[in-house]
Design a protein around this ligand. Structure first.
Ligand code: EPU
Length: 338
């Protein structure tokens, strides 16, 4: 095991905030991971598993071990005429797996193109975009129990997926490390273009019968035009979740703000576009020092250069307070804060 000390995390998290970890190490197989977890040098120290570092914000130095999951590999597990099961290791880049599938015409994850991060992070928050969530195509998750080192296979139902939620964020938080994800995809793809901005963009491109490659390319186009590239400007995608509120509360807000942006949610509930709420509070494009709210998508907080994690966190607290004051709605952070 190669253990690096006082490790700068600026380049391994997409917010690129200057923070240090006491130790840093990498694993590329399950047995290697077990060695790390049982190593006497690291005993008792807190640890965090990091994939692409694209959904985390460190508000200060981390006095523990950052363990980066770098298990690689994509393989076909089984297939028949219509269905194919693809297993991707947790350390694979998410978008590479999407392209692997799209290029072979395996349908199901094309709407999730260009999401930053690794495969292993996907099930934790049930990544979703443009009308599709990971739960729609996930067959199984393989994960190591950090206490017993046993490898458990979670079925889709066992993952208890919800909007940006799963068992790995709740009951089993911190208990499992994801090793691989198996997807159930179709060899006879039917595209899903139900999401408003996706269907509009396809229409404006004159594409009437889109293939999954068209959908993937269009999602890439929309994302690239609206969301800042983390290699150029630090960010972690949506900083907040879109709040889901009871319909009675929604009706009252809509009466006062008829142009409010919203989506259908679970029965009796409405999902509000947090970006719209934040924009209405005047935050879009605002900057405090080097921390800011993106000019094209108010749901994304950015680090222009040297913002600390604490400054970004403090900005998020100000936004939560103003949305609460104006709309009576409490925003919840989507990014994992350490
Ligand atoms: N909107 C505004 N102002 C803004 C941003 C958005 O008025 O500054 C309005 C838009 O006009 C639109 C609505 O809000 O009517 C929705 O906007 P958008 O399509 O950009 O999606 P979103 O709800 O802001 C969610 C996900 C994104 C995902 C997109 C597309 C969450 C927290 N975010 O954003 O996911 O890409 O939908 O499906 O659910 C991520 O999780 O990191 C992420 C980027």
């Amino acid at each position: 095991m190669r253990l690096l000390e006082n490790y700068p995390m600026q380049d391994i998290t997409t917010f690129h905030a200057k923070v240090f970890a006491k130790y840093y190490t990498v694993f590329s197989s399950a047995s290697f991971l077990k060695q790390i977890l049982t190593s006497p040098e690291l005993k008792g120290l807190p640890f965090i598993i990091l994939g692409g570092g694209s959904n985390v914000l460190f508000t200060g130095d981390f006095n523990g071990v950052i363990i980066r999951n770098a298990i690689e590999g994509i393989e076909v597990v089984s297939q028949d005429e219509n269905t194919i099961f693809i297993k991707a290791s947790a350390g694979e880049k998410w978008h590479d797996v999407v392209l692997y599938c799209v290029n072979r015409n395996y349908g199901g994850i094309e709407n999730l193109s260009l999401i930053p991060g690794t495969v292993g992070a996907g099930p934790i928050q049930n990544i979703g975009a443009y009308g599709v969530e990971l739960k729609d195509v996930l067959h199984e998750v393989e994960a190591m129990n950090v206490h017993t080192f046993e490898i458990h296979k979670f079925s889709n139902a066992e993952c208890k997926f919800g909007y940006r939620e799963s068992i790995f964020k709740k009951e089993e938080k911190g208990n499992y490390i994801i090793l691989s994800v198996t997807f159930k995809l179709t060899k006879n793809p039917k595209v899903n273009v139900s999401y408003g901005s996706l269907s509009k963009e396809l229409e404006s491109l004159g594409i009437t019968n889109p293939t999954i490659k068209d959908v993937s390319n269009t999602v890439i186009k929309i994302r690239s035009s609206k969301l800042p590239d983390p290699d150029k400007i630090g960010n972690a995608g949506s900083f907040f979740k879109n709040p889901v509120i009871p319909n009675e509360q929604f009706d009252k807000i809509k009466e006062l703000h008829p142009s409010i942006a919203y989506f259908p949610a679970t029965p009796g509930h409405t999902k509000l576009a947090a970006g719209w709420l934040i924009e209405q509070c005047g935050w879009k494009g605002k900057r405090i020092g080097d921390a800011g709210v993106h000019k094209d998508q108010a749901l994304v907080l950015v680090n222009y250069a040297d913002a600390t994690g604490k400054e970004i966190f403090d900005l998020s607290a100000k936004i939560i307070a103003s949305v609460k004051e104006k709309f009576g709605v409490e925003l919840e952070r989507e990014v994992n804060i350490f």
